[in-house]
Design a protein around this ligand. Structure first.
Ligand code: HPA
Ligand code: ZN
Length: 338
């Protein structure tokens, strides 16, 4: 249709994409076989009987934690730099087809170092894919190092120090830090210290907040961790003063519509605060989060929003411009994207 073509052609930025969440069941089974990684026995969890069975299970997540259980098992098949490179390059191919011009990609180093895969192995593979995406598709991209919030803050600090010791923040290999995994019970203030170090070092900061957690997780991330962006953030509508503050400060909210439905944060895309954000002047982008787990890449998410809200071309242009303005690329690249 005309609208689908318009949304496809609209130059898009993706800001909320966990690279480990782009691992499809097919690739997961293939890498498990090549790398000799034992998956759970189908006798214990029938979801691991086949890629098709796993896909079906992905349609029935009951919560963020239910998803995370599969997410961490899934990524255990990734071992070599080549595995990370092919995973990320496959994402870039799909993103290019969907009209993505700039991508800021999360990765979870602790989920790899904890099972004996070196931080540098992960980053080498991802960086190689970024370089190929730049050459092949003119896609610019950034890496955002996420801390797992269900682990102690000391582990986050160690991970931060390892990246800093390699010069990855100062040489641009990694653009910033984020915070993900189980939200409720793991408030952002636990990670205040590492975020202050990042701020002092001129390193960009974002955090998942207000996905399953209430609006206090969002204010906690702003006040204690000095984040410049809020990932998910849909529960900001529960605090009008906070929402007006986020609008005034042009803090980008990275919304993930299909993820929110699949993880039962909302019952349908139409419940998301898209209209409220437009009316209140909250800048936001539309993203896929973990596309291989949630049934859609970025264009599917744009189309789901269009289906639910029937936005005008002008409103879409406003959203896309906000996504460019909220990106962490330099002004020259921003001008080229606009
Ligand atoms: N929330 C928290 N942690 C995550 C997510 C998410 O949506 N995706 C991958 N890790
Ligand atoms: Zn996420």
């Amino acid at each position: 249709s005309r609208t689908h073509d318009f949304l496809q052609a609209l130059p898009k930025c993706e800001h909320h994409l966990h690279i480990e969440g782009s691992l499809s069941p097919t690739l997961l089974f293939r890498l498990a076989a090549t790398n000799n990684i034992a998956l759970p026995s189908p006798a214990i969890d029938p979801a691991f009987a086949s890629p098709a069975a796993l896909s079906t299970r992905y349609e029935q997540f009951s919560s963020l934690d239910d998803f995370l259980h599969y997410y961490f098992i899934g990524m255990s098949v990734l071992l070599s730099s080549a595995d990370f490179e092919s995973l990320a390059y496959e994402y870039f191919c799909r993103a290019h087809a969907d009209g993505v011009h700039h991508a800021e990609i999360f990765f979870d180093p602790q989920a790899h170092t904890s099972r004996g895969v070196a931080y540098d192995t992960v980053v080498k593979g991802l960086s190689a894919a970024q370089e190929r995406a730049r050459k092949d598709f003119s896609i610019s991209s950034k890496l955002i190092l996420c801390f797992l919030r269900h682990l102690p803050a000391g582990d986050a600090k160690q991970t931060f120090n390892a990246a800093q010791a390699l010069g990855h923040f100062s040489d641009g290999t990694v653009a910033g830090i984020g915070l993900d995994s189980s939200e409720v019970g793991f408030p952002p203030e636990l990670f205040r210290e590492v975020y202050i170090s990042a701020k002092d070092g001129g390193i960009r900061r974002t955090a998942h907040a207000g996905e399953e957690g209430d609006a206090s997780y969002i204010s906690g991330a702003l006040d204690n961790c000095h984040v410049e962006r809020i990932d998910h953030g849909i529960r900001v509508v529960e605090d009008d003063v906070l929402m007006k503050r986020i609008a005034r400060n042009k803090t980008l909210v990275t919304m993930c519509p299909l993820s929110n439905v699949r993880l039962r944060c909302v019952q349908s895309v139409s419940e998301l605060p898209v209209r409220t954000f437009l009316d209140e002047g909250v800048r936001f982008s539309v993203n896929s989060d973990d596309p291989a787990y949630f049934g859609g890449y970025i264009l599917d998410n744009y189309c789901a929003v269009q289906e639910a809200f029937n936005l005008t071309f002008k409103e879409w242009k406003y959203i896309a411009d906000g996504a460019i303005e909220g990106s962490w690329c330099d002004e020259e690249r921003k001008s080229a994207l606009l």
